[in-house]
Design a binder for this molecule. Structure first.
Ligand code: NAD
Ligand code: UDP
Ligand code: UDP
Length: 318
């Protein structure tokens, strides 16, 4: 049994990770400032004597005694990371420094939740880990993209300079239960709009693409990366390579919810990537990992979750 720190542990991915690590018999220390996360995501874990929640902002130092760190703290939805862009960069950069300082002091392994956004609006398709990206350093997405790029730099420099044992995964669009109803990302927006009978908001013409991974698949890749015995550090793409246009996603959500919502077209946000698809050859080779849950099946599970959320009206911010 290990004591494992999960930052961002009350968010969408973090809450599933805490549950998975507890189920495997570990102790979990969940650290979160509840900016986009919710206590309701971890209520069911609070009674477990191996689970501990600390309300804390990782831009500040943290002194705890743990055996391993998963660093997931950061808003991930464009509307939330652009709400306070300076704080977003601080979370990525100062947060990485603090968590790497902790890992260095304790001589423990630390995994960084990086992102496909390090590739920006990619000119290479699908994206391999060698691609260095096309990021606008002064645009509205830069606080997130450049923050995450700098965090990767810090991880590699702590690795080279201080011999910290690191892991870096580049996460592609992931969806599933525990997403906040106000998250603002495309899958939760479309499902909630369809269930309420509200118009589906398509940004731009809907011809831009994304490749959507179900949360359980993603977490399996994350834990394999952390636990791999060969010392493979990454960066490694983890995502589902099946690519869809946003219009195709809208049509699928309408079909699966039996909704008659109309489509409305809104302006495409600045710097919104036109296409995105992970090349997952490296994950297959090094981690023997590939996704198993396809979009229809994953959407059905996510729709069931939001139906329950909306029926109980339990839409809590903190
Ligand atoms: P989320 O917004 O649901 O969760 C992020 C969590 O981090 C929230 O609980 C939030 O309160 C917490 N947080 C934010 N700033 C913090 C700070 N300064 N100190 C402590 N806690 C803080 O998002 P998510 O989808 O679960 O994303 C988790 C991680 O995975 C993020 O680092 C994100 O960048 C990365 N990621 C996610 C996706 C995806 O598709 N879900 C894609 C790429 C990368
Ligand atoms: N730090 C932390 N917890 C620890 C050890 C370090 O939060 O257990 C933070 C501390 O704020 C420090 C940062 O991590 O500034 C980087 O640590 P490092 O040892 O690399 O830098 P230094 O302390 O030498 O500035
Ligand atoms: N999008 C959309 N309608 C929405 C929310 C998002 O058309 O209500 C589009 C958005 O412009 C982008 C894609 O869906 O092209 C994915 O957006 P999301 O915010 O989920 O993630 P990211 O852009 O970070 O991949």
């Amino acid at each position: 049994m290990k004591r494992i720190l999960v930052t961002g542990g009350s968010g969408f991915l973090g809450s599933h990770l805490c549950a998975k690590l507890l189920n495997a018999g570990n102790e979990v220390v969940c650290v979160d400032n509840l900016f986009t996360g919710r206590k309701s995501n971890i209520y069911h874990l609070l009674g477990n004597p191996r689970f501990e929640f600390l309300r804390h902002d990782i831009t500040w130092p943290l002194y705890v005694e743990v055996d391993e760190i998963y660093n997931l703290a950061s808003p991930a939805s464009p509307i939330h990371y652009q709400f306070d862009p300076v704080q977003t960069t601080k979370t990525s950069v100062l947060g990485a420094i603090n968590m790497l300082g902790l890992a260095k002091r304790l001589k423990i392994k630390i995994l960084q939740a990086s992102t496909s956004e390090v590739y920006g609006d990619p000119l290479v398709h699908p994206q391999t880990e060698e691609y260095k990206g096309n990021v606008n350093p002064i645009g509205p997405r830069a606080c997130y993209d450049e923050g995450k790029r700098c965090a990767e730099t810090l991880f590699f420099d702590y690795h080279r300079q201080h011999k910290v044992d690191i892991r870096i995964m580049r996460i592609f669009n992931t969806y599933g239960p525990n997403m906040h109803p106000d998250d603002g990302r495309v899958v939760s927006n479309f499902i909630i709009q369809a269930l309420k009978g509200d118009p589906i908001t398509i940004y731009g013409a809907g011809s831009q693409t994304r490749s959507f991974c179900y949360v359980d698949d993603l977490l399996e890749g994350m834990v394999r990366l952390m636990n791999n015995e060969v010392g493979f550090v990454g960066p490694v793409n983890i995502g589902n390579p099946n690519e869809f246009t946003i219009l195709e996603l809208a049509e699928l959500v309408l079909e699966l919810t039996n909704s008659s919502s109309s489509l409305i077209f809104k302006p495409l946000p600045q710097d919104d990537p036109l296409q995105r698809q992970p090349d997952i050859s490296l994950a297959k080779e090094k981690l023997n990992w590939q996704p198993t849950i396809q979009l229809k099946e994953g959407l059905a599970k996510t729709i069931a979750y939001f139906e329950k959320e909306l029926s109980t009206q339990f839409i809590e911010k903190h």
